[in-house]
Design a protein around this ligand. Sequence first.
Ligand code: M6P
Ligand code: ZN
Length: 199
Amino acid sequence: MKRYDWPFNAMIDFETGVMLPADGKIERRLSQMKGVFADEKAYLACLEKEDSLVYEVYTSTPPEREGDLIYCTSVIYPGKVGDEFYMTKGHYHAKRGTSEVYLCVGGRGMLVLENPHGDSTVLDMYPGSMSYIPPFWAHRTVNTGSGPFIFIGVYPADAGHDYGTIEACGMMKLVLQRGGQTVVLDSQRASPKAGEGLS
Ligand code: M6P
Ligand code: ZN
């Protein structure tokens, strides 16, 4: 019998986000995030100084079959590129009609969301906040605090990640620090054409 055909527990350390057992660990450094941050000059300057670790994801990898769930913990480290906070790349689900939930267990952050109709919004994330990401909404998380920002995500095992759409044009909202305050600005990016990316 395979592992995901039999019930089991995993342990998550809320202080560090470390999950055991985890099937995999993704590390994303600045060098793997070209084009993600709005200020390209600031990005290159940061990268020249150090290829810093921006975030890590400890993940389960059940078979990609309908009915299974993936769960994972993400740890986004504090930092900025120019005045833009460290954040995840952001993605749509390849299978667009699938949802996701995020439970924050440590730190402070924001969840940036948008859909192909041109709607966009942000949600605050803090220990205990449980965020629902509906089907058809792209999502990115941002560390707006001074320590590690840690959250648990759960989503269908067959959802898949589509990075291309966000990579191509960024997201509609930027989360920046200006004068010591966290501010959310509309990016220069035009909103996508209605229906674009809908499957
Ligand atoms: C969350 C989940 C994962 C995702 C991770 C990092 O933990 O949504 O599926 O991989 O954040 O985000 P991204 O894949 O956009 O870099
Ligand atoms: Zn997702």
